[in-house]
Write a protein that binds this ligand. Structure first.
Ligand SMILES: *Cc1c(COP(=O)(O)O)cnc(C)c1O
Length: 403
């Protein structure tokens, strides 16, 4: 591993991928996707096959494409690209991250139990607890960054562990390798939400995770203009079940949004490197600020799971959370930023400030929210790719106006 000081510098993230046109750097594969060009016309940009259905040449004959909820050529290019970037065999693209997670849950049946990170995206909590719990699934919400808590919450009927690492919004790190070992011993599967780091900085399948899920809305699409979700995996025994689940759930990604996401992915490497480069000085600046109590950023060497993070990820990404000292500063800061935008979401080129208590984590009951650390003084910052100095000046100005 290179020296932490070099993070963000050239070769830190030079990981390779097995693309159909060779074993190449992930930087190269993000640009070209699964197919260098469209063979029929030579089109370099994947054509948008805006067709819901496809003509059959004859009875029991097919071109390979029948109906776009099941399969569409534009979406297929994106699905293959995601599989390559996540070092998997299979990729599936959904209309949203929630659509992807919902399709995964269709793999389970009444009576099954899942261990889930307590500090995770609020929409996932709502989906599991308000909907799937009604259909006979049960969930234990635990601090998965503490592996002994994961072990203690296992039951005979536990079929999966579902983790987010780094977690949203407290930036805790869960040991992917250890979770995989624990659940594989009992024949279950590990599902990892890899939204926060993107495949550019972390590949959970290489560490033993069975399924990787993404909100493609975030870093993969990257421009705050498209909703998308993904699953990637290499499990032959789950391949048909996942395809059928996607087809039956009906949350398949549209051809146009698949194209937008393919276009976003072309710049994934440069964006991720800039997000990462920008986040560090902002995290350091916040940590020194007199109105800030604590900063949660996985790139700090005194982050409790810093070495674990270094052992399973290639970077720290662009997400920072922080506690303000005074709750009264929250509305002022959110109102006074001018360049930085107060909005839900993350992972886009524009820097966004989010207030998890009422936005991303509004669905989580108070006691659980507080136990995870999401209090009324917590702010989440998704650092964009603007100039870091300008972002710091905007925050500085907003703090100053708050006084
Ligand atoms: C946003 C998000 C989701 C949900 O994805 P959508 O595309 O909004 O449906 C799931 N997990 C994480 C970590 C997220 O940030």
């Amino acid at each position: 591993m290179p020296d932490p000081k070099d993070i963000g510098e050239t070769d830190y993230c030079n990981i390779s991928c097995n693309s159909p046109y060779g074993k190449l750097s992930m930087r190269t594969v993000t640009v070209h996707g699964a197919t260098l060009f469209e063979p029929k016309t030579g089109a370099i940009s994947t054509p948008i096959y805006q067709s819901s259905t496809f003509r059959h040449p004859g009875l029991y004959e097919t071109t390979g494409f029948d109906y776009s909820r099941g399969i569409n050529p534009t979406r297929m290019e994106l699905e293959k690209t995601i599989a390559i970037l996540e070092h998997g065999k299979y990729g599936l693209a959904f209309a949203t991250g929630m659509g992807a997670i919902s399709s995964i849950i269709k793999l389970f049946k009444p009576g099954d139990h899942l261990v889930v990170s307590e500090d995770l995206y609020g929409g996932t909590y709502r989906l599991f607890n308000e909907y799937y719990a009604r259909y006979g699934l049960s969930f234990s919400w635990v601090d998965t960054s503490d592996i002994s808590m994961v072990e203690e919450s296992l039951r005979p009927e536990t079929r999966a562990i579902f983790i987010e690492t780094p977690s949203n919004p407290m930036m805790k790190i869960t040991d992917i390798r250890r979770c995989a070992e624990i659940i594989h011993k009992r024949g279950g599967i590990l599902i990892t939400d890899n939204t926060f780091l993107s495949p550019y900085y972390q590949n959970p399948l290489d560490l033993g995770s069975d399924l990787v899920v993404h909100s493609g809305t975030k870093y993969l699409a990257g421009h705050n203009d498209t909703l998308a979700g993904f699953v990637a995996h290499s499990r032959d025994d789950l391949a048909d079940a996942m395809i059928n689940s996607q087809k039956s759930e009906g949350a398949s990604l549209s051809p146009f949004d698949a194209w937008l996401t393919l276009r976003g992915i072309k710049t994934l490497s440069v964006r991720m490197e800039r997000h990462e480069k920008n986040a560090r000085p902002i995290a350091c600046w916040l940590r020194e600020h007199k109105r800030v109590e604590k900063v949660f950023y996985t790139g700090f060497e005194d982050h409790p799971q810093y070495s674990l993070s270094r052992s399973q990820a290639r970077g720290f990404g662009g997400m920072i959370s922080f506690y303000l000292k005074d709750k009264a500063d929250v509305p002022r800061l959110l109102k006074n930023v001018s360049l930085i935008l107060f909005a839900e979401s993350l992972g886009g080129v524009e820097t966004l400030l989010t207030y998890p208590l009422v936005q991303t984590h509004g669905a989580i009951p108070e006691a659980m929210r507080l136990s995870a650390g999401v209090n009324d003084r917590l702010i989440r910052l998704s650092v964009g790719i603007e100039d870091a100095e300008d972002l710091i000046a905007d925050l500085d100005n907003a703090f100053y106006k708050s006084e």
